[in-house]
Design a protein around this ligand. Sequence first.
Ligand SMILES: Cc1cc2nc3c(=O)[nH]c(=O)nc-3n(C[C@H](O)[C@H](O)[C@H](O)COP(=O)(O)O)c2cc1C
Ligand SMILES: [Fe+2]
Ligand SMILES: [Fe+2]
Length: 402
Amino acid sequence: MKVLGGSLVMFTEIKAGIRYIGVDDTTLDLFEGQYIIPEGISYNSYVIMDEKVAIMDTVDGRKTDEWLANLEEALDDKAPDYVVVLHMEPDHAGSLQTLVEKYPNMKIVGNVKTFTFMGQFFNMDIEDRKVVVDEGDTLPLGEHTLTFVNAPMVHWPEVMVAFDSASKVLFAADGFGKFGALNGEIILKDISTWSCEARRYYFNIVGKYGMQVQALLKKAATLDIEMICPLHGPILDDNLGFFIDKYDTWSSYRPEDKGVFIAHASIHGNTAKAANKMVDILKEAGEAKVAITDLTRDDMAEAIEDAFRYDRIILAASSYDAGVFTAMEVFLSRLAHKGYRNRTIALIENGTWAPTAARRMKEIIATMKDITLIEDVITIKSTMNDDNIEQMKELAKVLVES
Ligand SMILES: Cc1cc2nc3c(=O)[nH]c(=O)nc-3n(C[C@H](O)[C@H](O)[C@H](O)COP(=O)(O)O)c2cc1C
Ligand SMILES: [Fe+2]
Ligand SMILES: [Fe+2]
C-alpha cells in the first residue's frame, strides 16, 4: 500500500491469486443520473494472477488514474494477457480505452454484443485482439479457468457472469451489488449492514428484470460458489444462502416483510396529516410494522424499495388538475415501470372541489399484475373529518386482517 497524489494505492488479495483493485467514489452527486448515494459507491475490479493474467472489468472514467495505479501495484511487473468485459456500462467499462492503449498486447474478452457496444462507446482498432466468447465457453488461465454464463438484462443485454472453478468465485457483474463506498471493507464483515442499500440498489437498478434474475439464479444454483464478487459493494464470502435467498425473494416479486407502507403526496399538508394519523391508527389496530414516506421530499428510490419490501401499501394523495398530485403520479409510474405487482393497495384521496386522485391512481394500478385493491376509497374533502377517521379505522382493521 502506498500514497499517490493524495489517494491510497492498494490492492487486496481476496482469494489465492485474485486481487481486488476497485475504487471508491464518494463525490458523485447522482448515480446513473438519478440515485442519491449518501455513502458513495464502489466500482469494483479484479485481477487474476496466474500463468495468464486477467483483469476483470475496468472502472468508471471518473476514477481511471486511481484504478490504474491499483492495477500496476497488483500486477507485480507482469503484463496483463486479458481484460474480461462482463458489462459495457460506463461505470465499469469507462476506463477500457485507456487500458487497451496502455497494454497493446492484451486481448479483450467479451461476447458479440459486448463488442458491438464497445464500438459504439469507443473508437479503438482491436479487431485482432478480440476473444469472442458465449455461454459455456471457458478461458483457461493456468490454475484458474473462467466459465462464462450469459445473464442478459441483469442489467444490460450483453451482461455475462464468470465462474472460476479453481477458486469457486462467481464474478457476478451488477448482480449482488450494493450502493455505498467500501472504505477498505472489501469483504463484507457484518451481514446486517448489507440488505438496506442492496435492496434500494436492486429494485431501482435491476428490479424490472426479475425473470432474467430468476434465470441467472437457476444457472448459479448448479455451481459450487464460495465467493461472490460483484461490480459494486462488498464481496460476499460467508452465508451465501442469505444473499441468494434475498435475490430469489426480490426477483420473484414476493414481499420480503409483513408490514404496511404509507406513501403520501400532499400539496398543502392536509393529506400528509391524514397519512400520519393513519400510522397511529394502524399501530392501535395492532399492525407491528408501519413505514411512511413523503413522496414530495424523501428519496423516491427508497420509497420504491419500501413499496417492494412490504406486502401492503396505502397511497394517499391530493387531487391535482383533474388528476393526482405529481409526486404520486411519478411514484406510481416508476413502480409500474419496475414491474410492481403482487401487493395489497389501499387508497386515500383528497380534493377540494372534485376529488380525482383515486381515479388517476386506479388507472395506473390497473396496468400492474396481481394487485389486490381495497375497494373502499377514503375521500377527504380538504381536511380530514371524524367520518374520515372512522373510515381509516375500518381500513386499518381490513389491512391488519388481510
Ligand atoms: C394546482 C392545484 C390543482 C388542484 N386540482 C384539484 C382538482 O382537480 N380537484 C380537486 O378536488 N382539488 C384540486 N386541488 C386541491 C387540492 O387537492 C387540495 O390541496 C386538497 O384538497 C387539500 O389537500 P392537501 O393539503 O393535502 O393538498 C388542487 C390544488 C392545487 C394547488
Ligand atoms: Fe449496470
Ligand atoms: Fe454498475
